[in-house]
Write a protein that binds this ligand. Sequence first.
Ligand SMILES: Cc1ncc(COP(=O)(O)O)c(C=O)c1O
Length: 368
Amino acid sequence: MRMEANPILVTQPSIAPLSELIPYLDRIWATGILTHNGPLLLQLEAELSRRLGVADTICVNNGTLALQLAIRALDLRGEIITTPFTYIATANAIAWEGCTPVFADIDPDTWNLDPVAAEKAITPATVAILPVHVFSAPCDLERFQVLADRHKLRLIYDAAHALCVDVHGRSLMSYGDISCTSFHATKLYNTGEGGACFATRPELRRRLRQLRFFGHDEHKEVVDDGTNAKMTEIAAALGLANLRHLDAVLERRRQLGELYIARLQGLPGLRLQRFQPGQYNFSYMPVLLPSEAELLRVIEALATLRVHPRRYFYPLLLDTPRFRSARTVLTPAADDVARRIVCLPLYFNLQEITVQRICDAVRSVVTQ
Ligand SMILES: Cc1ncc(COP(=O)(O)O)c(C=O)c1O
């Protein structure tokens, strides 16, 4: 098999051509406005809201702070039930806001927090549920809302992976009390570093805007316990330029993702994430190998082609020194998935021939 000329990494950021960024930068240089609710930020928020069909987009400087602001805007104190199969930022955000993350198991097919396990984890100290739309596959939205209503809990979605996924004709960002996403460089759509909160209730939206701006209200009065989570004008400029390419990025990822699926589906013991057709943005290409030993052999086989997939999310949060002591219930599905999962390369400029070579290498291991 031919070696790749350059290493193929698990992802590469999608960036608009520099020439498309320059007119926005010219505007920044002309006005001298670098931050503080500048015109480019306001334009980006309006364009994102239009694109997503949501009432309002509150941009912040990263997805972790988006989660922290959401927790603070809802005045949460106590236990927040979440998934151990996520990036560390989800649980860190909970802990940084003085709450306790309580981990419950995932569904073995969607890899999202299991509503039944989440319900079992509820105690008198529980104040919220914080599920993650892992790799953009929507959580069980109806059941989580029923659960939240029945137990009078708040519902925050970590939608860091899930931009541009609609369910029942509505953006995933419009579910729960607040949804939070990330515009980090490695995400489907990026502003370098960045993120956003989405809330359906106007009073929550006002609160989130205050919290991201040191607690100032629209008259500059300090009325809230805020922080600095503002997005800069340079990040907003990159966001506006990248937004022009979002549809092309989504389409290319879908094509490559479907090529992966066509070539990998049905391989002995190999499983793909379960999602409904059309409800996935292909921001990742996760595959579950039959065993950890085969996963390691796949990684080795790909390394000889200079292809570098990523074990994501691994280790499980409950196996990290940070959250090991939070292992209070059994999480067999999450333990199993974390050990056998690998995300294969998927990004805009990836070539079909590379996808085919990667799939051939995976096939050669699992059919041995
Ligand atoms: C599931 C999840 N939640 C939260 C975050 C945090 O986002 P950010 O890197 O923008 O802080 C990330 C990614 O980095 C993530 O993958």
